[in-house]
Design a protein around this ligand. Structure first.
Ligand code: MG
Length: 399
């Protein structure tokens, strides 16, 4: 359940602007689809927004023809809406605001440029608190370098930096006020900054402390720096999982999210998908967040018969909430029958789909026990799994 910071009726939507087509970043691909630390730039910004407990949904503004690339970059992440942007940034934001207005119910909006991927919950907290006192708030940093006006490579007058700030995003607004500001803006003028448009309507905009980590990625060197910082600040974790379920007549057989025709099926918790259960435990183990039974108690009737893919969705979401990346999963099914080989690729595909991973990061193997033990006698199926995660070194769960 979402808990609003300032009251129960607030509904806060994030508008993530990712409509850029070109790139000064070097390799020709729009920079929002380049990866840093194994995640697309757009996914970093998306995860930071969606992980914040006050943000109820993320609307994504993309360029014409970019939906396929955006969906691929975001994997299984749940986007409230994809909106096609316009010719200018202002047009793109306007399109996103109109899409939010068409759905209705938004009280606040955070407008964020996806090229600023390293967004902390602290900045979002400061912005949302400021909205209690004004209809607009923006994160800023002081100017520390000496500023000088230049012409023809010659230094001119020094510009006094007192009272000057560098403006970042996200910018936070009362929804109705920023929508009206966009609708009333003189279309003959461009505006790269939404706060300026709000001020043009006579509204106050508060300044809150920004964050150096929120720097905008523009040039190739920015990406190299970001990549270096990500790798320095990340740590690798592994977790293991093991599970057994009994084979019984009259049950369906689900293994790794795939239904397998077989004369018996597995009985037990949920759909008894022993492969997914082991995998969920491996991911929870890497996060050191308990086991599947503590998240989905077998005694709770709501989990009876449900698809185990829901447990894997949950484990994936926990990784995302920790700003982690699942680097690889490896799973072994232990049974005499059925034969796993014919279903192996379907199982890999299903797991890759749920975890939003490329297929080459998902391994499914199988072995028998030479007819020894419970698996060898066909009484049950066992599974073991290992998950390798990359997590921020100073990882913390947002309360
Ligand atoms: Mg189980």
């Amino acid at each position: 359940m979402r808990v609003a910071m300032t009251g129960s009726t607030h509904r806060t939507i994030a508008l993530l602007v990712a409509a850029g087509a070109g790139s000064r970043a070097g390799d020709g691909a729009p920079k929002q689809f380049r990866t840093i630390g194994g995640r697309a730039v757009i996914a970093h910004a998306f995860d930071a927004l969606v992980a914040h407990p006050v943000i109820d949904g993320v609307v994504l503004v993309i360029g014409a023809g970019q939906e396929t690339a955006a969906r691929a970059a975001l994997g299984a992440r749940s986007v409230a809406a994809f909106v096609e942007g316009g010719a200018t940034r202002r047009d793109s934001v306007r399109a996103g605001l109109e899409a939010i207005a068409a759905v209705g119910g938004a009280s606040h909006v955070l407008i964020h440029d996806c090229a600023r991927p390293f967004l902390s919950a602290d900045v979002i907290d400061r912005l949302l608190r400021a909205l209690d006192d004004a209809p607009g708030a923006i994160p800023v940093l002081p100017v520390v370098d000496t500023l000088v006006r230049g012409a023809d490579d010659m230094a001119g007058a020094v510009v006094a930096r007192d009272g000057l700030f560098r403006v970042q995003t996200p910018q936070a607004f009362a929804f109705d006020a920023i929508l009206a500001a966009h609708r009333n803006w003189d279309a003959s003028q461009d505006a790269t900054d939404d706060a300026r448009m709000l001020r043009a309507c006579g509204h106050d905009v508060l300044l809150v402390a920004g964050d150096e980590a929120l720097e905008k990625l523009t040039f190739p060197a920015d990406f190299e720096r970001a990549e270096a910082r990500m790798s320095q600040q990340r740590t690798t974790r592994t977790g293991m999982g093991y599970d057994v379920h009994r084979l019984a007549s009259g049950e369906q057989l689900w293994l790794c999210g795939v239904q397998i025709p077989h004369e018996k099926g597995l009985s037990g918790h949920s759909d008894a998908d022993v492969g997914i259960h082991a995998l969920v435990d491996a991911i929870l183990g890497a996060l050191a967040e308990g086991d599947i039974g503590s998240h989905f108690p077998p005694s709770d009737p709501q989990w009876r018969g449900v698809a185990s893919s829901r447990f894997l969705d949950h484990a994936r979401d926990l990784v995302v909430a920790r700003r982690g990346v699942i680097e690889h999963v490896d799973l072994t099914l232990i049974c005499e029958a059925p034969r796993i080989g014919p279903h192996r690729n379907a199982m890999r595909s299903r797991i890759a789909q749920i975890l939003a991973l490329p297929l080459d990061r998902v391994s499914v193997k199988a072995t028998t026990t030479e007819r020894l033990g419970f698996a060898g006698r066909g009484e049950g199926i066992a599974a073991q799994a290992i998950a390798t995660l990359s997590l921020p070194a100073l990882s913390s769960v947002h309360a």
